[in-house]
Design a protein around this ligand. Structure first.
Ligand SMILES: [Zn+2]
Length: 88
């Protein structure tokens, strides 16, 4: 999936949009509360139309950092360690 020029918003290969809520909230400077989630989702749906919500990420087994980047999740890559999970 390609990141769009907005944190937490990714386009998949089929033209679908995936919203990673924790990343979107963080990027917009909002606290992760149910109210803020609802507000941002409403705004995103108004801008983008139908969207898919991704609410999970990839937690690195080495450092414990969680990335909500769906590319990292897919490739099991940690941006803090700069390593893939299978790397020595
Ligand atoms: Zn790591």
């Amino acid at each position: 999936m390609k990141p769009l020029p907005m944190p937490g918003v990714y386009a998949d290969e089929r033209g679908g949009l995936h919203i990673v809520l924790p990343e979107l909230l963080h990027g917009a400077g909002y606290d992760d509360t149910p109210e803020n989630r609802a507000t941002l989702l409403d705004a995103a749906r108004e801008i983008f139309g139908p969207i898919t919500i991704c609410d999970d990420g990839y937690t690195c087994p080495r450092c414990g950092r969680t990335s909500f980047n769906q590319n990292d999740k897919h490739e099991r890559y940690c941006g803090a360690c700069h390593r893939f999970e299978g790397d020595a």
